[in-house]
Design a protein around this ligand. Structure first.
Ligand SMILES: Nc1ncnc2c1ncn2[C@@H]1O[C@H](COP(=O)(O)OP(=O)(O)OP(=O)(O)O)[C@@H](O)[C@H]1O
Length: 258
């Protein structure tokens, strides 16, 4: 990890009319760091993730990002084309529902290949062999390369979505409940896989989850949200083993319905 943050979020706020989505959220994310955002349903996790990742306009505050050339830019100042380029090349976004992050009507290989082509790769042989390699990294048999995701199980679809996102070696990956819709046994395997890949590639990630076990396994740091605000943050083990805020104590004790 370096001394310069990859991402800096300052006083980020999103209102829906008079209703608070998230308010005054500030934090830095360093290269190689995994941050989990936790909190009960409606606490503002998804709103915050979408504002940070430029999928939703903020009502106030700022997000700055250190680009590949080393320059830190305020994301609100990027042109639409620059923002799209950043999303395609330097960022990944893993949705809870794989159908939101995959193209369901094209083959598994093409789902991976498309991302490579978006960053300029045009060599068919290399694209296909890289796609094969990534399928095996996410434990999908190479023989399924020409199958569409519609023919895959939920767990396989999610693993394909992960491969599609990671194949271009993004520097920052956003994940919204990445194990959300899966059976418990499938979740555990997927988490192991995800943890291995993220660690191996030294990625930075922001993971939204209502599942503290996911936060415990994946993240270095945790931010606890309630009613749109961050009420506690710190190293994951510290926050989960010794929560300071009464709400976090309830969350950890699983007394809250999350
Ligand atoms: N499009 C919208 N219009 C109005 N209010 C919204 C909208 N989206 C979210 N909200 C409100 O903003 C608050 C935060 O919602 P958000 O979806 O970010 O929470 P969350 O923690 O991600 O919840 P969940 O875990 O259920 O997805 C909630 O009170 C929600 O009702």
């Amino acid at each position: 990890m370096t001394d310069t943050p990859l991402l800096s979020v300052a006083a980020l706020t999103r209102l829906y009319g008079r209703h608070v989505g998230c308010k005054d959220v500030s934090f830095d994310l360093y290269p190689g760091e995994i941050l989990a955002i936790v909190g009960e349903s409606g606490s503002g996790k998804t709103t915050l993730l979408n504002c940070i990742s430029c999928r939703l306009a903020a009502s106030g505050g700022s997000v700055s990002y250190r680009m590949r050339d080393g320059e830190t830019r305020d994301l609100a100042g990027l042109s639409e084309a620059e923002r799209r380029f950043l999303m395609r090349t330097d960022w990944g976004f893993v949705h809870q529902n794989p159908a939101d992050g995959l193209r369901m009507r094209v083959s598994a290989g093409a789902n991976i290949g498309e991302r490579m082509m978006a960053v300029g790769d045009r060599h068919y042989g290399r694209i296909r062999s890289t796609a094969e390699d990534w399928l095996s990294r996410v434990e999908i048999p190479g023989a399924r390369i020409d199958d569409r995701p519609t023919a895959f199980s939920g767990g396989m679809r999610q693993r394909l979505q992960i491969a599609r996102n990671l194949v271009t070696a993004p520097r920052l990956v956003f994940m919204d409940e990445p194990t959300g819709g899966l059976d418990v046994s499938v979740q555990a395997r997927l988490l192991d896989l995800l943890r291995g890949l993220v660690g191996e590639m030294g990625l930075s990630a922001i993971v939204v989850t209502h599942d503290l076990a996911v936060a415990r396994l994946l993240s270095h740091r945790i931010m606890v949200m309630k009613a749109g605000r961050v009420i506690e943050s710190g190293l994951t083990d510290r926050v989960l083993d010794d929560p300071q805020h009464a709400y976090t104590q309830l969350l950890v004790a699983s007394i809250l319905e999350v």
